[in-house]
Design a protein around this ligand. Structure first.
Ligand SMILES: NC(=O)c1ccc[n+]([C@@H]2O[C@H](COP(=O)([O-])OP(=O)(O)OC[C@H]3O[C@@H](n4cnc5c(N)ncnc54)[C@H](O)[C@@H]3O)[C@@H](O)[C@H]2O)c1
Length: 308
């Protein structure tokens, strides 16, 4: 997502007039491990290779009034607990509070709700993670809540549904399905493909983050917002659509065992984000998928899938 957001930060006039510099911090451990040349060449951008949990990084790059957009995630911990991690979220948040930042936008996940068949997840629904990734997000949200209450940390939490679009880590489902379909490779799908998701285009998520960054409302601090479209479709339907668009047969699909802890259905209307930020997602799923397929077919050098 960072690469998509950097493009937008670069061109959004309201943002560029308010913030004169963007500093990207990433240890390049996973995700899209290539920072675009245009970003590296632009004097308004600085790239720091390192972890946000390294106290030397935060104290050096963050100052009073700054906007911090926290996209970092331990995505490799979907079902495997990370052991031996030296990450210190408490020290990190204390440093942000001490720096008196202007606003922190934190990307959590709708996965924190766990199994909830509601056709309209709301922010007050119980948080019951079923995978380590979601548990880590929920734990981080809890720290944020405490730092907001104790130190007035101006945090806004977002819980997006499944995000798809160009320039994504090829380990995520949609870029994997598209790149495998384009290559005519077998596409493995867990279970019978009936898992239903609310799929949101990355540009709609970036729109919301920019609106939240620019919002003059102080009452958003300490609040949580779902990020979704309110529509849904199954993994199998999405995969079939991609295969038909790239002219490949459905016989490429193979079915594997269910993923432990997987959520059968997840859909969020995000009425609160619509109301508070005046935002609405504008990309219908199958239109967004078609432009995403076109992007991956035009960028065959995009970082390869894990293991390649
Ligand atoms: N992609 C989705 O469908 C989706 C859905 C809901 C929420 N989210 C959340 O949105 C955020 C962005 O998602 P994404 O798809 O770009 O994920 P991604 O995995 O592509 O990128 C995450 C980035 O965080 C970096 N990172 C990890 N630990 C770090 C650390 N300690 N310090 C600095 N950087 C670190 C990784 O190197 C990686 O580049 C993540 O927090 C993710 O959990 C994503």
């Amino acid at each position: 997502m960072a690469v998509n957001l950097l493009d937008r930060l670069h061109t959004d006039a309201a943002l560029t007039s308010r913030y004169d510099k963007v500093i990207l911090v990433d240890p390049l451990q996973y995700g899209v491990q290539k920072i675009p040349e245009a970003v590296l060449a632009d004097p308004r951008y600085e790239f720091v290779e390192g972890s946000i949990y390294n106290p030397n990084v935060v104290t050096k790059v963050v100052g009073a009034g700054d906007l911090v957009i926290h996209l970092a995630a331990e995505v490799n911990s979907f079902t495997q607990p990370q052991s031996g991690s030296a990450d210190d979220p408490v020290g990190y948040l204390k440093n942000l509070a001490d720096a008196r930042i202007g606003r922190l936008l934190f990307l959590s996940s709708a996965d924190v709700y766990g199994v909830n068949d509601s056709a309209d997840l709301v922010e007050s629904d119980p948080v019951r993670p079923t995978v380590i990734y979601a548990a880590a997000k929920a734990a981080f949200e809890a720290y944020l809540s405490a730092f907001h209450a104790l130190y007035g940390l101006p945090v806004v939490v977002f819980r997006p549904v499944t995000i798809y679009g160009p320039n994504q880590y090829p380990g995520w489902l949609v870029p994997r399905v598209i790149t495998q379909a384009l290559a005519g490779e077998q596409i493995s799908i867990t279970g019978d493909g009936s898992v239903r998701r609310d799929w949101i285009h990355i540009s709609d998520v970036c729109d919301l983050l920019i609106k939240a960054a620019l919002s003059g409302r102080d009452d958003v601090h300490g609040a949580v917002f779902n990020v979704g479209t309110g529509t849904e479709d199954s993994v199998l339907a999405l995969t079939r659509h991609v295969l038909s668009r790239v002219g490949q047969p459905e016989s490429l699909i193979t079915f594997t065992a269910d993923r432990p802890g997987d959520i059968p259905r997840q859909i969020a209307h995000a009425a609160k984000a619509r109301r508070v930020f005046g935002w609405a997602p504008t990309t219908p799923l199958y239109e967004g998928l078609d432009t995403t397929i076109a992007w991956y077919s035009q960028h065959p050098q995009h970082p390869q899938r894990p293991g390649q």
